[in-house]
Design a protein around this ligand. Structure first.
Ligand code: ADP
Ligand code: MG
Length: 245
């Protein structure tokens, strides 16, 4: 369970987030939407404890993220960032194995977890290929496998995903939400995903937080809130344009 209260973040005197609050219950999938530069990735980094906030509090399963060590955080949440670059030769399976690096002393069998995460994301077939030879979508699925492997043996963990479907074909977009839903139902995971696809957000996520210029524009149940009344002013599009989505 994730709780953020009144989170603000400024850098060099520039306010990037202002007074954001968010509650994500166990087993919930929450989407964050908003225009480019709204502060979505910054908020995700703050929520995940990657970036200290200027104000406000964030807790995961009751623990203040500010007070947790990197290793403790790694056991509570995993983060798929927008861009991941690994600047040395590495195989696909080794990328997923990186997700287990924080769990060297774990009781669970990391080899089995890596295989399982790869099967779930449809990446087994290129396990031995070099990362650099994979397509953008294949790499994205591989990094999803890596973050799933990281928290596979946890209960009630939080999965943070920054635009996880940006390079995926339709089949794999649905597969991603299937995997997330199963983790929520079977493990009490929570998922926080930044999305651009309004239809996917509306159908596949329970709640949505709409951000504009670093502030909460609206929030609520995805099906209720992702309508033309909120989406048009959020993205500054017309209702005719909304109909084309
Ligand atoms: P989004 O993910 O919604 O597209 P970001 O959270 O990446 O937006 O960024 C929000 C705004 O904050 C952008 O205008 C970005 O340029 C700015 N920003 C983010 N981090 C920094 C930083 N470290 N220094 C200066 N500006 C930043
Ligand atoms: Mg972003």
């Amino acid at each position: 369970m994730l709780r953020a209260e009144n989170v603000s973040f400024s850098v060099h005197g520039k306010e990037i987030l202002n007074g954001i609050s968010l509650d994500v219950e166990a087993s919930e999938i929450v989407s964050i939407l908003g225009p480019n530069g709204a502060g979505k990735s910054t908020l995700l980094k703050c929520l995940a404890g990657f970036q200290p906030t200027s104000q406000g509090s964030i807790s995961i399963n009751g623990a203040d993220v500010k007070k947790l060590s990197g290793a403790e955080l790694a056991g509570l949440r995993a983060v798929l960032t927008q861009q991941v670059s690994i600047g040395f030769p590495i195989s696909a399976r080794e990328v997923v194995a990186l997700g287990r690096a924080a769990k060297r002393n774990a009781i669970g069998d990391s080899d089995k977890i890596i295989d399982h995460a790869m099967a779930l994301t449809g990446t087994t077939e290129f396990a031995d290929r070099s990362l650099s030879t994979l397509s953008g979508g294949e790499q994205q699925r591989l990094h999803l496998a890596r973050v799933i492997a990281q928290i596979w043996d946890q209960e009630s963990a939080v999965l943070f995903l920054d635009e996880p479907t940006s390079a995926l074909d339709l089949k794999h977009q649905f597969q991603l939400f299937d995997v997330c839903r199963n983790l929520c139902e079977q493990r009490n995971f929570s998922v926080v995903a930044i999305l651009h696809d309004l239809k996917l957000a509306k159908e596949m996520t329970d709640k949505a937080l709409l951000l504009k210029s670093g502030q909460t524009f609206a929030s609520g149940k995805s099906r209720e809130i992702l309508t033309s009344e909120s989406v048009c002013p959020l993205y500054e599009i017309t209702s005719a344009q909304f109909e084309l989505i």
